[in-house]
Design a binder for this molecule. Structure first.
Ligand code: BGC
Length: 888
């Protein structure tokens, strides 16, 4: 009998809905709770798992029946059933008991399927076309294919697939997925991702064919400013395994081996940084369909099997997230006897590609160039792209019905695109056909498809645009790994940028899987000394900046931010051995409690990168000494490592770290703090670190806050901070009672400030506080991007302090939610929402005259503590609550 309306919904396994190809033999199960009753609470659950749906229906859970478990946990419940085998498919559901002890109905069942747990399961080879191209241009993209027959109808089929490079696979002419840039980017010396797709619907009894186009991607394309083929490999290769269960239960297996054949087709070359060249006249109709005659194709070569761990992809894939239309018809520029140039404005700086929809004569080529900005004369300004060519070419096959094309083996960072047509080539009768309208080109936005989880809005339109810019900055730089920028020849996993932005990312989107995967990349990248490189994955040549303060500290900060937001202990467990080595590295490279001391031989960090109080134009120099920054980060790394150890139940490890931290703090005060309490030399960032990381004795804090505010006032209410200081500004000022100054900085519109770029029309976060100006263009071209998310790290404070939704560090994963909006100081209305692991939290508040009104909704099975501006606090349970008080 069902007595309770409480039911589990949105079932997830390892953060995914019905995933295929899991790698963990102890997957974690989670759910949200549908129960609108105020105070609704789960007191127990029962998970049932079976090998077939009928068994669940008949209550015959043959794989696992947890029985009634007295627990309020609803997130990341460890698998407790029988050992899971390679490719095993599981159906599971969950039934909940509410606070009255009544059970609700069982949830709708969810599924998951295991991946290939043993490398021997693959029985496939890496196959390639024996072509390599030159260092710069590359070879045509190889097309690989294989025909096969199936004796009967197909019951189910799975394709396990990976590549060194990128693959685009299809079966019987139909793409196996809309995902992009598969199998993704890892440190190919150690790990390689693979995917599993359900291809049951792709197959037929009788003749079938499978095909794949290969791209260079990160494996052998241009990476880290180097030429093609210098980082990992020199040509792409494919490995796939198709397992088909026929109607009679028998299985047929098809793997990549020497029997496959290859040729080249329309993609003349493709590189992530250079762009793609596509000649549609060279398309081979039907090449990936049954019945195609590949007698003229050559046999593939089998490549040596790389010594890597094959890891099923954990993170959401890169996908096309949306298509954006041009703002209007393109502007015709530079029309001459031999060229026509059309400039499109998509109104949004973004990462992706241009999709053409055009009719053109056979053999005519259009060239597509990409840029983030225009010059004052309206032409593209590509000066900040450095050596990134970022140009695509398309040659028409001459289809009178029109042609639609977008490259798939590259991506660019751009707001504007220029399409150039060779007029001289066009015969008079063709000219009218190549008409460029608003609809001839659109921008396809391509990024890792981390589900959006947060929303934020307030009564200040410029702040709302800032929030949009932060989100777009994140979208543009979440491509397989967290990157610094998507447009110039860099696009690397800079650890500093990542660690400052991670807490904000956890509000904007569900990024637990994304960071879990990247932390594995961090483990792969850790060097023998224990240092963490400045970029992860670390390219094989150059890039020897390991262990830099505020960059390498990502090794503790990213797992900790993920744990706080999702309650994910496993990312802590997996990262802890890496952290232990990192802590030993810090000990070994420091002296007398000072990190990166004067005798330290290595590079001593990037400082407060791009701060504005630098004594010279070196972007790594600032008024804040590097050894102060490094020592402060060491102390904070120790505190975070201690918290991680504590969360994992490693008490003595935590005590050791905290003892060490005391010594580092003593050294910090000895070395950098004058008896007056003044930092020498004084800087906003110095005081911010001293306060944020609790490095000062309690009796010196007030003085430090005063000095910080004085340094801000001295600059007319402006910040002077770089990548490391900026994220601390608003949180520190708010924590120490100066929310007024924090708001003043946020709402500042003159340079330097967060809103200054917004007033100039920015649609993403800029790398520099003054990256660009309409009169002068880019202030600097050697290192300047309009899509760099580091300064977007203020986003977490906006959600927490303006929106009013924050994490209770004692209750990671939002079992208890902190609701403490700080109204006023120029903002009189705000609302926010967040999809937490337990459901959606939302807030909405406004100031009306002298009154403050707040609405809060908490999902079932959570509690919260609300702090009102009159200083009162209330404990609340699930449900919707309305509060009001007088403004102070
Ligand atoms: C990157 C930054 C990075 C910095 C560190 C730059 O080139 O774009 O985001 O953190 O270098 O030096």
């Amino acid at each position: 009998m069902i007595a309770s309306p409480m039911v589990a919904v949105r079932l997830r396994t390892e953060y995914q809905a019905n995933p295929l190809g899991l790698g963990s033999t102890c997957p974690r199960l989670s759910w949200w709770i549908d129960d609108a009753r105020p105070g609704a609470r789960q007191i127990a659950y029962r998970i049932r798992a079976a090998s077939a749906k009928e068994l669940l229906t008949k209550d015959k859970a043959d794989v696992w029946d947890s029985g009634r478990v007295e627990s309020s946990e609803q997130s990341q419940i460890d698998w407790g059933g029988s050992a899971l085998a390679s490719r095993q498919r599981i159906l599971w559901d969950v039934r909940l008991w509410d606070a009255d002890g009544s059970a609700g109905a069982a949830s709708e069942p969810a599924t998951f399927e295991m991946g290939l747990l043993d490398p021997a399961d693959w029985t496939a080879a890496f196959i390639a076309a024996p072509i390599e191209g030159t260092g710069l241009v590359g070879a045509p993209a190889p097309m690989l294919r294989k025909s096969f027959d199936l004796p009967a109808k197909v019951r189910s089929a799975r394709l396990h697939i990976t590549a060194l490079g990128l693959y685009e696979a299809s079966i019987n002419g139909k793409p196996i997925t809309a995902d992009w840039l598969r199998p993704g980017w890892t440190d190919y010396r150690k790990s390689l991702g693979y995917q599993t797709y359900d291809v049951t619907e792709h197959l037929n009894p009788g003749a079938n064919a499978i095909g794949a186009v290969l791209g260079d991607g990160w494996w052998c394309g241009r990476v880290a400013g180097s030429d093609r083929g210098l980082c990992w490999g020199t040509r792409p290769a494919l490995m796939a395994r198709l397992e088909i269960t026929l109607a009679d239960g028998s299985t047929v297996r098809l793997v990549t081996d020497e029997s496959w054949r290859w040729t080249t087709g329309p993609i003349l070359n493709a590189d992530l940084i250079r762009g793609e060249e596509y000649d549609a006249r060279r398309e081979i109709p039907g090449w990936d369909a049954a019945g195609f005659d590949d007698a003229g194709w050559a046999p593939v070569v089998v490549e040596p099997f790389p010594q890597v761990a094959l890891e099923p992809s954990m993170a959401p894939p890169v996908r096309e997230l949306m298509e954006i239309a041009a703002l209007g018809n393109p502007v015709r520029k530079g029309a001459s006897w031999d060229h026509s140039t059309f400039i499109y404005d998509f109104g949004q700086n973004l990462t992706g590609v241009v999709r053409l929809r055009l009719t053109g004569p056979r053999g005519c080529t259009v060239v597509i160039r990409h840029a983030e900005a225009l010059k004052p004369d309206g032409n593209l300004d590509v000066s900040n792209l450095r050596s990134a060519r970022a140009i695509d070419h398309y040659t028409f096959r001459g289809d009178p019905a029109g042609e639609v094309w977008a490259p798939r083996l590259t991506f660019h960072g751009f707001r504007y695109a220029e399409i150039i047509v060779d007029n001289a080539w066009l015969k008079p009768e063709h000219k009218p056909k190549l008409e460029f309208t608003r609809h001839s080109a659109a921008a396809a936005v391509v990024a890792t498809d981390t589900p959006d989880s947060g929303s934020f809005e307030c009564d200040q339109p410029l702040v709302n645009q800032l929030q949009s810019n932060i989100r777009w900055g994140m979208r543009g730089n979440f491509i397989e790994i967290p990157t610094d920028c998507p447009q110039r020849d860099e696009r690397l996993g800079w650890t500093g940028d990542t660690q400052v932005f991670a807490p904000t990312a956890c509000f904007n989107a569900e990024v637990a899987g994304f960071y879990t995967k990247w932390m594995r990349d961090v483990a792969d990248a850790q060097v023998a000394t224990g240092a963490i490189p400045a970029v992860v994955p670390k390219p094989t040549a150059g890039w020897e900046w390991d262990g830099e303060a505020g960059w390498a500290d990502a090794v503790v900060n990213v797992p900790w931010a993920t744990y706080q937001a999702y309650g994910d202990r496993r990312i802590l467990e997996e990262s802890n051995p890496v952290i232990t080595k990192w802590m030993a590295y810090l000990d070994s490279t420091s002296r007398d409690g000072i990190r990166a001391h004067k005798d330290h031989k290595g590079h001593n960090g990037f400082g407060d990168w791009l701060a504005l109080d630098a004594p010279n134009s070196d972007p790594g120099q600032s008024a804040t000494p590097k050894d102060l920054i490094a020592t402060a980060h060491w102390a904070e790394s120790l505190r975070t490592a201690a918290r991680i150890a504590e969360a994992l139940g490693h008490g003595s490890e935590a005590t050791t770290y905290l003892k060490r931290r005391d010594a580092v703090i003593a050294a910090f005060n000895r070395e950098f703090v004058a008896p007056s309490g003044r930092l020498a030399p004084p800087s906003q960032t110095g005081y911010l670190m001293a306060l944020a990381f609790d490095l000062l004795p309690a009796n010196r804090r007030e003085f430090a806050v005063g000095e910080l505010v004085r340094l801000i006032d001295q600059r007319g209410g402006h910040l002077s901070t770089g990548f490391l200081g900026t994220p601390l500004l608003c949180p520190v000022l708010t924590r120490f009672g100066r929310a007024d100054v924090a708001h003043r900085l946020l709402l500042q519109t003159t340079y330097p400030s967060w809103l200054y770029p917004v007033t100039l029309g920015a649609t993403t976060m800029w790398e520099r506080w003054n990256s660009w100006h309409p009169d002068t263009g880019f202030v600097e071209i050697g290192m300047n991007s309009l899509n760099h998310y580091a300064y977007g790290a203020v986003g977490k404070w906006m959600y927490a302090t303006i929106g009013g939704i924050d994490i209770d560090p004692e209750h990671p994963g939002y079992a208890k939610v902190v609701i403490a909006p700080k109204p006023g100081h120029g903002i009189n209305r705000a609302s926010a929402s967040l999809d937490t692991p337990r459901g959606r939290v939302s807030t909405a508040w406004k100031v009306e005259g002298k009154d403050f009104k707040l609405d809060v909704t908490l999902p079932a099975n959570t509690t919260g503590v609300v702090s009102l501006p009159d200083g009162s606090t209330r404990e609340i349970a699930a449900g919707t609550h309305h509060f009001g008080c007088a403004m102070k």
